[in-house]
Design a protein around this ligand. Structure first.
Ligand SMILES: [Zn+2]
Length: 121
């Protein structure tokens, strides 16, 4: 039975498909996963590049980073990204948007209305 992660009570954290090819690390479902979370893939790519201290680029639906990174390491950083920039701390739902207010950024939850300050991505 197909189900949407967004209609269930508990949000299931999506898994990034990580594959090391030669000296590069490829995430095959990067663009779709980030778009499903209603975030901008290019911005999130920059976030990952900074976190991994390397450079990366979007190739079609995939993201590719210079260097070898393991699936656990990538998904751990992805989880931290979700905690900080996507998931509501009050209700744990991913139905959030990022709002800019002057020089400050806030995560606004559309499910419960909570709003909290976040750092710049
Ligand atoms: Zn909420």
């Amino acid at each position: 039975m197909p189900k949407s992660a967004y209609n269930t009570e508990r949000f299931e954290i999506p898994k990034l498909n990580v594959m090391v090819i030669g000296n590069r690390t490829n995430i095959s479902n990067f663009v779709k996963t980030i778009k499903d979370l209603r975030r901008d893939p290019t911005t999130v790519l920059k976030y990952f590049s900074k976190e991994l201290a390397t450079s990366g680029e979007i190739k079609g639906t995939q993201a590719e980073f210079i260097g070898k990174f393991g699936v656990i390491e990538i998904n751990k950083k992805f989880k931290r990204f979700l905690d900080e920039f996507v998931l509501c701390k009050e209700c744990s739902k991913p139905d959030t948007t990022i709002q800019k207010d002057g020089r400050n950024f806030f995560l606004k939850c559309e499910a419960c209305g909570a709003r909290r300050p976040i750092s710049k991505m």
